[in-house]
Design a protein around this ligand. Structure first.
Ligand code: PLP
Length: 411
């Protein structure tokens, strides 16, 4: 309404060239438009428990409401002390987890902000970071945004999606600074054994790599899966362990996450100082969310019941895998943790050259939204990720519809 021909075109910055996050990418936006037009979309794309009737434990909400009057001001940049103290206590109960103090804990607006800050504090242009493929794509995106070069190591589907130690070794160069380990893994649901983790630690030790451990799903385990924190196997290495309330406590909207720093720090004072500087530049993380941490970590842990046989998450995981494996030309490694399944479409049966188009076509025809495998930095187009959060009945119906769709789908 006010034509002004002198306005300069605004492109996104060059820094964003290699930054992508398909979980909320163009297809997600398309789904939002369809919803605005009145369509009902089944959103199997985002690990947001609140969308599917998972309620946070009552005590968390009550405590947070109680703390609201005291949460009006900025807090310490590192986070409020009772929360950091509760985090220290939490890890004291984990066997062999190295000792650390409240000064080694930094709270953030979810793990997401802490990943961003860590990469910004760590990387110079061209520094390389080893990241799993497939990965939770924020790690790749933030490495790239920070000027670093993401280098992906292969996780092997034929070996329950375990990281290939040979591939990790082959990808190390003189510029490799850190290795990211996501365990339990998103998107594959793999839970790594102590032997695999020791293999990674040995390589990190040999090449003096910083270990970045994303363990946000460490309490979401199925069947006989046992979680091992990689830091507990590497007391002589600098390890940053990331976790938070988003998944196990079902309050991802509160944006409450933490990172704990363990191991020797003398060689890394500059980096840690940088992290503290970045923490102070953003003043503090969401203070009401910080106050949810102490109560969440104490007392009864309701996630255990949801993951145990007969529990809602367990049942949904099992139905998802069983139903996916029933579809001709589809196979799915059973997830042992986390909230996702990551099935494979046999290229001899389902020829998919463009997996983003596949996801888009599925959305248009079936009103089901999933995420393409290439969105997780996987170099093939034969996978997609589905969240296991809806009720088992809804998942079963959705997967039947995906099966029908696939039976006549050609690219
Ligand atoms: N890391 C992994 C592996 C995730 O799956 C997610 C969210 O899905 C995050 C980190 C970010 O979590 P938040 O920022 O809510 O703590």
């Amino acid at each position: 309404s006010h034509p002004n021909l002198n306005l300069r075109t605004l492109e996104q910055s060059d820094k964003l060239k290699n930054v992508c996050y398909e979980i909320r990418g163009p297809v997600h936006e398309h789904a939002a438009r369809m919803e605005a037009e009145g369509h009902r979309i089944l959103k199997l794309n985002i690990g947001n428990p609140a969308l599917f009737g998972f309620e946070a434990p009552d005590v968390i909400m009550r405590d947070m409401i109680h703390a609201l009057p005291f949460s009006q001001g900025y807090s310490d940049s590192m986070g409020v002390l009772p929360a950091r103290r509760a985090i220290v206590t939490r890890y004291e109960t984990i066997e062999d987890f190295p000792y650390f103090d409240v000064d080694d804990v930094l709270l953030g607006n979810g793990v997401s902000e802490l990943i961003t800050m860590t990469m910004q504090a760590l990387l110079n242009d061209g520094d390389e970071v080893l990241i799993p493929s497939p990965d939770y794509p924020l790690w790749t995106a933030m490495t790239a945004l920070s000027g670093g070069t993401p280098v992906h190591y292969r996780c092997d589907e034929d070996n329950d999606w375990n990281p290939s130690l040979e591939d990790i070794r082959e990808k190390i160069t003189s510029r490799t600074k850190a290795i990211v380990v996501i365990n339990p893994n998103n998107p594959t649901g793999a839970v790594y054994s102590p032997e695999v983790l020791k293999g990674i630690v040995d390589i990190a030790r040999e090449y003096s790599l910083l270990i970045l451990a994303d363990e946000i799903y460490d309490k979401i385990l199925y069947d006989d899966a046992v979680h091992t924190s990689i830091a507990s196997l590497a007391p002589d290495m600098l390890v940053l362990t990331f976790n938070g309330l988003s998944k196990a406590y079902r309050v991802c909207g509160y944006r409450a996450g933490w990172v704990v720093i363990t191991g020797p720090k003398g060689h890394a004072t500059g980096f840690i100082e940088g992290l503290r500087t970045l923490a102070s530049t953003r003043l503090c993380s969401n203070v009401p969310g910080q106050h949810a941490i102490q109560v969440a970590l104490g007392g009864y842990q309701s996630i255990d019941a949801l993951c145990a046989p007969g529990g809602r998450l367990h049942e949904q995981r099992t139905v998802t895998v069983d139903k996916l494996n029933e579809i001709p030309g589809v196979s799915c490694v059973t997830p042992m943790g986390a909230l996702y399944a990551f099935p494979r479409l046999d290229p001899n049966v389902h020829e998919i050259h463009d997996d983003e188009k596949f996801v888009q076509d599925l959305l248009l025809q079936e009103k089901i939204l999933v995420v393409q495998g290439s969105g997780f930095n996987l170099p093939d187009t034969a996978h997609f990720r589905i969240v296991t959060l809806p009720w088992a009945q809804d998942l079963a119906e959705a997967i039947d519809r995906i099966g029908n769709f696939l039976s006549s789908y050609r690219q």
